[in-house]
Write a protein that binds this ligand. Sequence first.
Ligand code: SF4
Length: 139
Amino acid sequence: MTIRLRGHHLLCLLGYRGMGYSDDFCVNMTAIYETLRQEPQTEIEIIIGPDDVCRAYPPDKAYHCEGAVYGLDEAVLSKLGLVAGIRESWQALCSRVAETMVPEDISRLCTTCPWEKYGVCAEGVGLVALGKPLPKAGA
Ligand code: SF4
C-alpha cells in the first residue's frame, strides 16, 4: 500500500487529532493517520497537488486544494530536503522531521492556516523530534 501525500500534509498529519472539514473528511484522515501510526513502514509517495487527503475534502466548501497552498507544499518539501516523486516510509519521513524541524517552524511555515492556532501541529513536530509516539486520533 502506498499513500500519496503532498508536501504540507506531511506536517498536517503530525497534528491530526480528529478535527477536520467534515465527517467524511475526518473518516478518511483518521484512516490515513491510524495506518501511519500503527504501520510506520507504510510507503509514502510525495506528489504535487491534490492527494489522498484532499480527495475527501467536502465538495460543498470553498475548494482550496489548488492555488496558494502549492507554495506551502514547496516550503515544507524544501525544509525536509524532499522533492516530488520520492517514495519513503512514513518512519523515514518522521526522521527527516526530527532532524530538520523544531515546533516553532509550524508558525513560521503555516501563516495562513486556520488550524495553526490550536498548537497541535507544533506539538506533533515536538513529539516526533523527541522520538515519542503520536497519540491515537481523537485522543
Ligand atoms: S498549521 Fe495547518 S497547514 Fe500547517 S501543518 Fe498544521 S494543519 Fe497543516
